[in-house]
Write a protein that binds this ligand. Structure first.
Ligand SMILES: [Cu+2]
Length: 286
């Protein structure tokens, strides 16, 4: 690890697990070192000025001020470094994130829907087509309102709180929310975006290390915000296929209702045994 990266460890950043993450880390590292140098520099200057221009030495104020050009040069250098950071690194990096999406045929497509206080994940299944979703079809057992009559949705996979993706494949996410503004944040993947009701926000990343990572909500979205967590599991390709198969089987066994049972809901949404927290339940901390 380079000495630059020490500051990220000190700040408690989890290790990076995405392809683009090291670029984000470099900017964070450099910005913090730069801010550290500025902090020490300005503090030293401040203390120097307090002593150098104390009343005992200068009983009468001098309104002419500093005549040397050093401070102008220093300030210009700071502005220049900040402009290079912003225009040369931060904006191009952001532009690549939002403009250069991978081909959808190579990518894993996931719809992520935030709600107070959990994350729903909707995968298109083997046909690659997302089933139609309708807010009028939303029930406790069909949290995303997937239309049971849409053939494209028959093989869809809906999970609550846990998403699996294969390693080394780009993941393209369409993000939205059912209630308030949330923020889908994958710290280890160095990616985050607001989930806004009524909007579909695209984002993408490419995981490069298998493992289990945290999904959190980065917007204060209500009393249960602190508990709005999920899990991202980055699998090897074989493990990912096994997970897909297991999900499909689960959905298959659950979608065969006993004769006479109403067929209006998509039971695949019940897989996690973790119903969304009712909005009215008091928070233990609230
Ligand atoms: Cu939230």
């Amino acid at each position: 690890m380079s000495s630059l990266a020490l500051i990220n460890e000190f700040l408690g950043q989890p290790p990076n697990a995405s392809e683009h993450g090291y670029q984000i880390d470099h900017i964070i590292e450099f910005s913090h070192w730069f801010m550290g140098v500025l902090f020490v520099g300005w503090s030293t200057f401040f203390i120097f000025v307090l002593i150098r221009f104390r009343k005992g030495r200068h009983p009468a104020a001098d309104h002419e001020g500093v005549r040397s050009g050093i401070s102008t040069h220093l300030e210009f250098s700071v502005v220049l470094i900040e402009a290079v950071l912003l225009l040369g690194f931060a904006i191009p990096l952001w532009a690549r994130r939002v403009n250069e999406f991978p081909e959808t045929k190579d990518a894993i497509l996931v719809h992520v829907v935030g709600q107070q206080f959990s994350w729903n994940f909707h995968l298109p299944g083997p046909d690659g087509q997302f089933g139609r979703r309708d807010v009028n079809l939303v029930t406790n057992s069909n949290p995303l309102g997937v239309d049971p009559n849409d053939p494209a949705g028959k093989d869809d996979i809906v999970t609550l709180g846990e998403l699996h993706v294969p390693v080394d494949r780009p993941v393209i996410i369409q993000l939205s929310s059912k209630d308030v503004i949330h923020d889908f944040f994958l710290p280890s993947m160095r990616i985050a975006a607001d989930a806004i009701p009524g909007s579909l926000i695209p984002l993408w990343f490419k995981p490069i290390k298998t493992g289990t990572y945290e999904v959190i909500c980065g917007q204060l979205c209500g009393l249960g915000h602190y508990g709005m967590k999920g899990t991202l599991v980055v699998d090897s390709p074989a493990d990912y296929q096994a997970w897909l198969k297991e999900r499909a089987e689960l959905a298959g066994t659950q979608s065969a209702p006993p004769p006479g049972a109403p067929k209006t809901e998509n039971p695949s949404a019940q897989q996690e045994n973790k119903p969304p927290a009712p909005a009215a339940s008091p928070s233990p901390h609230g």
